[in-house]
Ligand binder design. Structure first.
Ligand SMILES: [Zn+2]
Length: 427
């Protein structure tokens, strides 16, 4: 048997049928190429020793067949190919913030409110396959909040909503401005900020659904989350840490098929256990940070005498982490979002959020899904968050295996946006 196999192998080698001749090194400067022999995480699970063919900025095939010979080759051996990462909770106000994210493999950001003109100026990019050095953005635009409510403290002039009767027109105005989804701020038991009422929340959610829009709701307490579930919204923009989540609420979130954006980065920062210092010190991250990103990572936690103190005490990393673990165990889609730049730095921060999700008890695969397929499904992003034929070639190639060590997402070999390689030099 051994002899026979050897002679077959020798025979094949002699005739050259199965052993490819060395390839001419085609330059990797367009948006067509093939990644060879990589571990491919498709958004949900890994395929070992796979070849991924990209043509004209889209994935053409993912399989273990012999790769085509007309394309530049990217060596995937010992490496893992990930879908471009999706940060499901950021606030983007400048092109620099889009560029900073992309340099860390975040190819899409879900902006949880920003200035409307900025959103409008960057809305078309996400439909394009052109070469770019900016991540794509799906933005809520102006949020839904009350006069003086959460979100208004940032000094951005937003319209506010006074009652449920205004909901249909308010939602229509946001969608007419170009909002990709509705971001609603709801704080029913935080005495230091005003909030929309439960009735207004329910009316806005109903109007959004009538008008075909997804709703993500900011809460910071279990009481707030109960109101969001009662209103029928699609998901939570934060996970709360003020109380252990109760089984009744978990079951309701499952029954309503809601998503939860964990933002454990915020809980870590506000409870003095921020992950930013370790990101800034990581040799896989530090060389790619701009001075601005280093500044964002150096922001320290609020002191006990902070005027927001009575509000901030409800953030709790251990409790929020345990709530995330229990929700995930019940089958709830957990989405990775770091709330940059309130906490952390664009792009780099998402790698910290992934580590926090694994520390919370998610498997590395579940954490990777939280930054790829889960947000793509929750926000109906058809051609993102997965490595599959037809998806846009937003890809991150890393050394090692993030399915074993989640921090391997930081060991980036090459980022592709719309199939084009990205220059990672900070600028
Ligand atoms: Zn936020």
């Amino acid at each position: 048997m051994h002899l026979r196999l050897s002679s077959i192998l020798l025979g094949l080698a002699a005739c050259g049928a199965a052993v490819p001749a060395p390839r001419a090194a085609l330059p990797l400067d367009g948006n067509s190429f093939v990644v060879i022999d990589a571990r491919v995480f498709d958004g949900e699970r890994a395929i070992e020793h796979a070849n991924v063919v990209v043509r004209d900025g889209r994935i053409a095939s993912v399989d273990t067949h012999a790769p085509p010979r007309d394309l530049p080759v990217v060596d995937g051996a010992g490496r893992t190919l990930l879908p471009g990462l999706i940060d499901a909770h950021t606030h983007v106000r400048t092109e620099t913030m889009l560029r900073d994210a992309l340099r860390f493999g975040v190819t899409t950001q879900l902006d949880m409110f920003t200035e409307v003109p900025f959103m409008q100026a960057h809305r078309a990019q996400r439909d394009s396959l052109a070469r770019t050095d900016l991540s794509d953005m799906f933005s809520a635009g102006a949020p839904v909040t009350s006069a003086g409510g959460m979100g208004t403290q940032f000094g951005i002039p937003f319209p506010t909503i006074a009652g449920p009767e205004e909901a249909p027109a308010f939602v229509r105005d946001r969608l007419a401005e170009g909002s990709a989804f509705l971001k609603i701020l709801f704080e029913p038991d935080a005495e230091i900020v005003s909030t929309i009422s439960q009735e207004t929340l329910a009316a806005v959610v109903a109007a959004a659904h009538t008008q075909g829009a997804i709703t993500a709701v900011h809460i910071t307490s279990q009481a707030g989350a109960r109101g969001v579930v009662a209103a029928g919204a699609d998901g939570l923009a934060h996970l709360f840490g003020d109380q252990p989540i109760d089984d009744v609420l978990i079951h309701a979130i499952v029954a309503h098929e809601m998503f939860v954006i964990a933002t454990l980065t915020a809980h870590a920062h506000l409870t003095g256990k921020g992950i930013s210092p370790s990101l800034a010190a990581d040799p896989r991250i530090a060389p790619f940070l701009t001075a601005g990103q280093r500044e964002d990572l150096a922001v320290t936690a609020p002191t006990p005498d902070d005027p927001m103190g009575p509000y901030l005490v409800r953030f709790n990393l251990a409790q929020a982490s345990d709530n995330a673990r229990r929700l995930r165990a019940a089958g709830v889609p957990i989405l990775a979002g770091d709330d940059a730049s309130n906490f952390g730095a664009y792009g780099a921060g998402l790698h910290g959020e992934l580590e926090l999700l694994v520390r919370a008890g998610l498997t590395p695969a579940e954490a990777l899904t939280a930054a790829t397929l889960a947000p793509a499904r929750a926000f109906e992003l058809a051609d993102r968050g997965r490595i599959a034929p037809g998806a846009r070639a937003d890809l991150v190639l890393v050394d090692g295996d993030p399915l074993v060590d989640i921090t391997a997402t930081r060991a980036i070999v090459q980022i592709f946006k719309n199939g084009y390689p990205i220059d990672r030099a900070p600028r």
